[in-house]
Design a protein around this ligand. Structure first.
Ligand code: SF4
Ligand code: SF4
Ligand code: ZN
Length: 264
């Protein structure tokens, strides 16, 4: 397997994985979305809500606020906690939200009792309060994985595509139709012939192949090479997310190996 980093920012990464199957690339994608545990608001008690939103809507909005922890490793998933899942500082983080209008309630108004935990972004609007309207809520966040509920999803936009292979044959007459139709600006005509650049951006839409009358464009997916794009919700740096996803896959492979060994 070969890994080539194409782009890395705090919350998005793009890399080329070669010498692997589609199932493996898809495994990384799925693990980023559903197997990496993060914190999210789980239970709330509403003491006052005179806003325009129903209690359920406020609850849904709070649940989808991505949360960041300085050290996520100090929290345990409730079902694995020594408290047996009844709730303790090891598996839940309490918060309070108290606001009175007029004004917008933002994610930054969610105050956790553990100062190492906070919303990943300060300006996520929860609700706009009119004059005298109030929102008073207590609750707690727990650590789980995205396959249990989307609010615990660590990766959001996670996808992959085959690496495109593009070749221009001698029969190209330089008509420029491929330049006109390509939505990704892959082609340019130079010296009476089409040239390609930045081919990893190609979406394999085949518009160029259909437009090329001489049939000079040979386009095909490289079957064992994939451009993988992953974006985190902001609850952890995306490079940590991909590393943790790979770790989850490794653990499962080891579990399977051990179970097969027992059967042998
Ligand atoms: S459409 Fe075909 S023939 Fe025309 S420039 Fe592009 S590759 Fe060449
Ligand atoms: S397949 Fe689509 S994106 Fe790729 S080069 Fe052709 S027109 Fe452009
Ligand atoms: Zn506990």
């Amino acid at each position: 397997m070969k890994f080539e980093l194409l782009q890395l920012e705090e919350d998005r990464i793009r890399f080329l994985l070669s010498g692997v199957t589609a199932a493996f690339a898809n495994g990384i994608r799925r693990a980023c979305m559903s197997e990496v545990p993060v914190l999210a608001i789980d239970e709330i008690s509403i003491y006052d809500n005179t806003s325009v939103l129903f209690d359920e809507q406020v609850g849904l909005r709070l649940g989808e606020v991505p949360l960041k922890a300085e050290d996520l490793g100090i929290f345990t998933q409730p079902e694995e906690c020594q408290c047996g899942g009844t709730g303790c500082p090891g598996c839940r983080v309490d918060f309070m939200l108290s606001s009175e209008g007029p004004g917008t309630v933002y994610s930054s108004d969610i105050q956790f009792t553990d100062s190492s935990v906070k919303p990943a972004f300060d300006k996520i609007p929860i609700v706009v309060l009119g004059e005298g309207e109030k929102l008073v809520i207590e609750g707690y966040a727990t650590k789980h994985v995205g396959k249990e509920h989307s609010k615990w999803q660590a990766g959001t936009l996670c996808g992959y595509k085959n690496q495109p292979s593009l070749e221009i044959s001698e029969s190209c007459d330089g008509c420029g139709k491929c330049v006109e139709v390509c939505p990704r600006n892959i082609f340019a005509v130079e010296g009476g012939r089409a040239k390609t650049s930045n081919t990893l951006e190609c979406s394999l839409c085949k518009l160029c192949v259909e437009a090329c009358e001489p049939g000079a464009i040979k386009l095909s997916p490289v079957m064992d090479s994939f451009v993988v794009s992953i974006e985190s919700t902001g609850n952890m740096p995306v490079k940590d997310l991909v590393a943790k996803a790979a770790e989850e896959i490794r653990k499962r492979a080891e579990d399977l190996d051990a179970k097969l060994a027992e059967l042998a």
